[in-house]
Write a protein of this length. Structure first.
Length: 204
């Protein structure tokens, strides 16, 4: 065996020894990941599982483009060491739709023009879904707070906010308890009133 072959063999053995086997649930399916303990969850999702819907924006946890749901809580996957997801349940943008049926938030983003370049869109959708699961009928302050960790350089936020308001009118699947419930219907004119309030306010 040549010196080069010995070095390659040693490197492969080191790689195998250093990598962890991590068992978790991703988008409702059991997954076994093999990665270094400090590898970013973002990279493992994109490179090992090929779930490329999750985007990298800043890589510093500031823009929200890499947002995923970890045990029901929104996190920036660029800041999460993969070792921390042992036994956890992860939902990425690929797990938001129900097969071919788009989630109400995704449909609203299409109808309201809330997506443009697409880099921030997966994180925005994840944040909006998480908001509406917690607050089915959000007011202006709720929407601002719910999307505060996500930055967009294209839409000026108004169309994104309108999409969230529109999604309130649609059936929203509930993630807790496995049951599906419908959001309470807004009173006539309430959607228009909230949209008007957003139009009159200074956006982030």
């Amino acid at each position: 065996m040549s010196l080069m072959d010995k070095r390659l063999s040693k490197k492969k053995m080191s790689d195998s020894t250093d990598k962890l086997e991590i068992n978790c649930i991703v988008n409702g399916e059991r997954a076994t990941l093999h990665a270094y303990s400090m590898a970013r969850l973002l990279d493992v999702l994109r490179e090992e599982l090929r779930l490329t819907g999750t985007k990298e924006g800043c890589g510093e946890g500031e823009c929200g483009a890499c947002s995923v749901l970890l045990d029901g809580e929104i996190v920036n996957s660029c800041l999460v060491p993969v070792a921390q997801v042992q036994g956890a349940e992860i939902k990425t943008i690929e797990g938001i739709a129900d097969g071919e049926r788009l989630h109400a938030v995704q449909q609203a983003f299409i109808e309201c023009g809330g997506a443009q370049c697409g880099i921030c869109t997966p994180g925005m959708v994840i944040a909006a879904v998480n908001l509406l699961e917690r607050v089915p009928n959000p007011n202006e302050a709720d929407i601002r707070e719910g999307l505060a960790g996500n930055l967009c350089r294209c839409t000026g936020y108004m169309k994104i906010f309108e999409a969230v308001v529109s999604a309130c009118q649609k059936d929203l699947p509930r993630s807790h308890g496995g049951a599906e419930t419908k959001t309470e219907e807004r009173k006539d004119g309430e959607e228009g009133q909230l949209t008007g309030e957003l139009n009159d306010s200074t956006l982030p």
